[in-house]
Design a protein around this ligand. Sequence first.
Ligand code: NAX
Length: 324
Amino acid sequence: MKKPVRIVITGGAGQIAYALAFRIAAGEMLGTDQPVILHLLEIPNALDALKGIVMELEDCAYPLLQDIVMTEEVKVAFTDVDYALLVGARPRGPGMERNDLLRVNGDIFTVQGKALNEYANPRVKVLVVGNPANTNAYIAMQSAPNLSPQQFSAMTRLDHNRAVSQLAIKLGVPVTAINQVIIWGNHSATQYPDINHALVHNQSALALVDQNWINHDFIPSVQQRGAAIINIRGKSSAASAAFAAMAHLRDWVSGTDAWVSMAVPSDGSYGIAEKLIYSFPVTIKDGEYHIVPALEINELSHARMQASQQELEQERAAITDLLC
Ligand code: NAX
């Protein structure tokens, strides 16, 4: 039997965590031979709800779930964790401006970044789901000087999966026929879902769909999918977000030759400012991701990629003083 790994989920009483914790405990993320210890962090107001979830986890009698740590203390939550799923974040409240939202979350992710730096396994892998995810990940990364920036990422896998699915539905093919779809940039409406390099049954996707559909249907529908779900369901995506988070971490650990989208600190690839947490196409080997190099980028793509970079630079400017 393998040694158990510790996985922290922040926002443990939230709806995404509710869709995550049970599946991770069942072995769906790291495999059915990998015992896990779940650390669940919540704010004091949500501890009762969290207690209920812990009771349900116990009631599942999962063979792989060796222990559950439920806490409101960041130090306890992050001690010795091997994987950190930072899901909890403050949503935008009434009258709150975008910058206010960036800053309240900035405070949360500064504290959590410092705690990861101090208490986590030095090889911890961090995935930020809580919005604004890219900038929250940037803040956590900058607050953890002893960890490598490559240990931090933000989630655009849900956007990636949405793009793959939309293309598959349009062409009437299974999702498994599709590869090399890309999400560039921020997990926001400026993200750029790009199918210029996508393959469908190893044939260029561009030969199968017209530009009008790409520009006026595909791109906006992927960019606006989260809002569309809120409008219809009355709540934001949860099960699909949890599934994407598990796929992101599973691939990061186990590797993939297929391209997946991950928001990671830019190394300057494609002219994107270094260290911005920007979504790139990656492949993964031996626990390390590699940005797919040297893709040809046309003018239109370049403009869209720049627009998302600019938004991330503005977000960074709004929180820079928090990092001093
Ligand atoms: P919920 O509001 O259901 O849950 C969030 C939980 O976080 C709450 O229980 C809250 O008490 C807790 N929390 C707040 N501050 C905390 C702190 N400092 N420490 C620990 N816990 C804290 O939201 P949910 O639907 O679960 O969504 C969570 C986050 O994911 C949101 O920020 C949401 O915008 C974001 N999303 C990101 C996606 C992505 O693709 N990157 C997609 C789905 C989702 O919209």
